[in-house]
Design a protein around this ligand. Sequence first.
Ligand code: SF4
Ligand code: SF4
Length: 438
Amino acid sequence: MASSTQPTVPMVGFSGSVAPDRSLINTCIHCGLCLDECPTYRDLRVEMDSPRGRVQLIRAVGEGRLSIDDQSFRDHIYLCLDCRGCETACPSGVKYGSLIESARVQATQIGNIPTGLKIANAVLRHIFLRPNYLRLLATGLRFYQRSGMRALLRRSGFLRLFPGDMEQAEAMTPRMSSSFLDPTDLPLVEAEGPRRFRVGFLTGCIMSVGFAEVHRASLRVLARAGCEVVLPPDQTCCGSLSLHTGDRHTAREAARRNIDAFHAADLDAIVVNSAGCGSTMKEWGELLADDGRYSARAGELATKVREFSEWMAQIGASPGGRIAERVVVQDACHLNHAQGITRQPRDLVAAVPGVELVEMDNSGLCCGSAGIYSALNPDLAGRIRDEKLAAIAATGARTVITTNPGCHAHLRAGLEAARSEVQIVHLAEFLDRAQRSV
Ligand code: SF4
Ligand code: SF4
């Protein structure tokens, strides 16, 4: 995450405490080994849309050679997926995620961000942090998706009248669940058999209204593994979408609310089944380091955050059941590159009797979802997804396992558009299905 300390030598183009750190910029040795791991560079072949080029843009602003309100700065910085594939590839240890996120904080401070993102940030700030408002919005969206209005609007061509690619952006919207998961209705799930652990569970924003069935599967799998699961009713969106777009203020507010919600629950772990949320919650300590009231609790709770597969592996849970299928695991960027987790989901899937686990080419490449990126940049996100779908198809797998709602919705939309028979499911759904098969 963005450094909260001042660089040793002031950088003239940036202001405030969250500025890109000059020492991080200087770790880039321009070797170019990151270029082929960068989805935007692979597609566009533009140096400024590569990790190396973006580091140089940030350096140029810091040295006063480029104004932070320059449009090219905005365009290239916001065309980055923040997938952090470059961070894994970089032999010099460039902390690219920290650089890009602090550069976006700076751009947000002066309002030099794309118009679509301004609207998205307002929605995230005013609706996603208020679960009642979010459920209201999701109810309207569900009606639109299921009543025939969506099909009618698509057939009419009405969406093509809007600026930008509204039609493609609309296609990227996740399908709303038939029944949302509201933690006030389900504050506790008992362990099946003797209780081994007491864990918290983040219901989040999109997961609770668009992937409620994934949550229910996760709760069943956790309960069978001997976990009593606490769902604090006052929890809210984790703020990761805001953090990645540069709205650090909203991300900090989300972190405070969730820390208040989870802190008193006396938990062994906080389990998170969305890779993007888990990676942000593990950074709570850094995010609130300068907040006198919250810094200690933020650091303490961050150490308890466990991504779903990470927790299942840690407690030695055995999946059981049987599924006779060829399966491929899709690495969510915020699981693989941000949390360094790749082995645990594969081990869990491979432990299900009957499974033939295969690998896709370039599994570390982003699928193009990247939070709200695919809705804001549907053309490029669609082309990046095409490469991922081709890699999946080449494996011959019938089932793709994911661990992140953005990837789930984005890849599912692509598979449906291609009328593919390949199914994408969350890891928890897959384990739940295996366990229910016996
Ligand atoms: S974060 Fe992803 S899209 Fe952005 S520069 Fe790195 S590899 Fe490219
Ligand atoms: S791999 Fe690392 S050091 Fe090399 S150009 Fe990319 S960011 Fe710079």
